[in-house]
Ligand binder design. Sequence first.
Ligand SMILES: NC(=O)C1=CN([C@@H]2O[C@H](COP(=O)(O)OP(=O)(O)OC[C@H]3O[C@@H](n4cnc5c(N)ncnc54)[C@H](O)[C@@H]3O)[C@@H](O)[C@H]2O)C=CC1
Ligand SMILES: O=C(O)CCC(=O)C(=O)O
Length: 488
Amino acid sequence: MSTALKAPTYLNYINGEWSASASGETAASISPANRNETVGYVQVSTAQDLDHAVQSAKQAHKAWRKLAGSARGDFLYKAASAMEKRLDEIAETMTREMGKTLPEAKGETARGIAILRYYAGEGMRKIGDVIPSTDSEALMFTTRVPLGVVGVISPWNFPVAIPIWKMAPALIYGNTVVLKPAQETAVTAAKVIECFVEAGFPAGVVNMVTGKGSVIGQGLAEHPDVNGITFTGSNQVGKQVGQAALARGAKYQLEMGGKNPVIIAADADLDLAVEGTISGGLRSTGQKCTATSRVIVQSAVYDEFKQKLLDKVQSITVGDGLQGESWMGPCANENQLQTVMSYIQKGIDEGAELLHGGNRPDDAGLADGFYVTPTVFDNVKPSMTIAQEEIFGPVLALIKVDTLEQAIEIANDVDFGLSASIYTSSISNLLSFIEDMEAGLVRVNAETAGVELQAPFGGMKQSSSHSREQGQAAIEFFTSIKTVFVKS
Ligand SMILES: NC(=O)C1=CN([C@@H]2O[C@H](COP(=O)(O)OP(=O)(O)OC[C@H]3O[C@@H](n4cnc5c(N)ncnc54)[C@H](O)[C@@H]3O)[C@@H](O)[C@H]2O)C=CC1
Ligand SMILES: O=C(O)CCC(=O)C(=O)O
């Protein structure tokens, strides 16, 4: 019997029940490590399924919003415990479905659990301020109310952490949720939802509908009963989602691309900088919106840094993320592999020098997976396509500069502004960088990736809709402020 025949089918979760789509259609979710392996079959849902989920969420919102924050928090604590029991299984599913290595997948699942607990605690924290009124006999204060039904559209690169960092704050502040996960990682998403089911959330509070982005994602953005839309993914789709939400007056939040630089100053600890560049640029096969893709190095240390970087990159083992010896897994899907390969070709065509990688690995055992070797380009000019556009793959572009001012100017000379880092031992360098860098997340002597769940996260310029997710910043999107004036 083939593996494909044995792979289970996953259903939508609507109004407290697992249900098949009205379409009767399913799609195979395949493993990027081996295209012949099917991880599971997921529903290809219709607008009718989506409407059912939205109506269930709308109905459930009436009672959910009336619960005390602490009672809502108890459900999130239970979801965290359910997930903790299944950490290994969920992480393994993530690795099989999108390719990141098992230790990374375990780390991400643990992060999901921590996010659930963080927001469970938020149910008992303050949601308003007392503001002195000019009327001495009045009491004036702010409180916050939920938006209502929130649509969550999530990508495949963090299939546990991103849905959770959107759903957990939505729920704790009294919203109900319809999740539309990326179809490529819908099996992992179903397992996350199973943990919410085990936690006993009332019917309709949490719903999941899988399917095409153009049908279910766009349908959520356009649905008149969806009050808020939170999206992470590409710029192109993000803008469509934002426009659809704006057109009908719904609140929206978009987290999109990055073209994140690391600056290596002449006074940097080069070993530390190499470590951070490799980890920031190549972990998760470069498929993080915070991944390092431009490496801007001062000329005084350029050659030494380049040699140290190459020595390390050459030792990276590419392979199935389930195998302990693999440091870097495949691209998450075939489209992504093709995108990465076409950017590598553009780099070569535009005159950058390919120093390392840039091809599919020779190993016959990897031929059925979407693998690419870690790639380093030398002599990259800031105007080249590979220095301007998000690649979302394991490709590092080395850019030589003379001064720190030049480095920051080049670092800022892109459409994005998500994260940026600098390696330096000088206080004046790091102060200039913090002051002048146009990015929502700036890091000193640390890699560009590595978001902490309790801190605000989001970008400047085209990286986001200028809102912030995570930490206490999440309350700004998932609630509306109500100013109350009371006079006896
Ligand atoms: N910022 C980030 O974390 C991510 C960025 N990307 C970027 O996007 C590129 C393409 O990746 P994709 O998976 O194609 O991203 P995408 O933007 O197409 O997908 C993200 C989510 O949006 C949904 N979607 C697709 N079309 C939609 C539509 N018309 N309306 C509403 N929702 C829709 C998808 O089903 C998925 O759930 C990558 O190469 C990368 O550059 C991709 C994933 C995550
Ligand atoms: O760097 C991280 O941990 C988060 C990255 C992220 O948010 C993304 O890739 O969408």
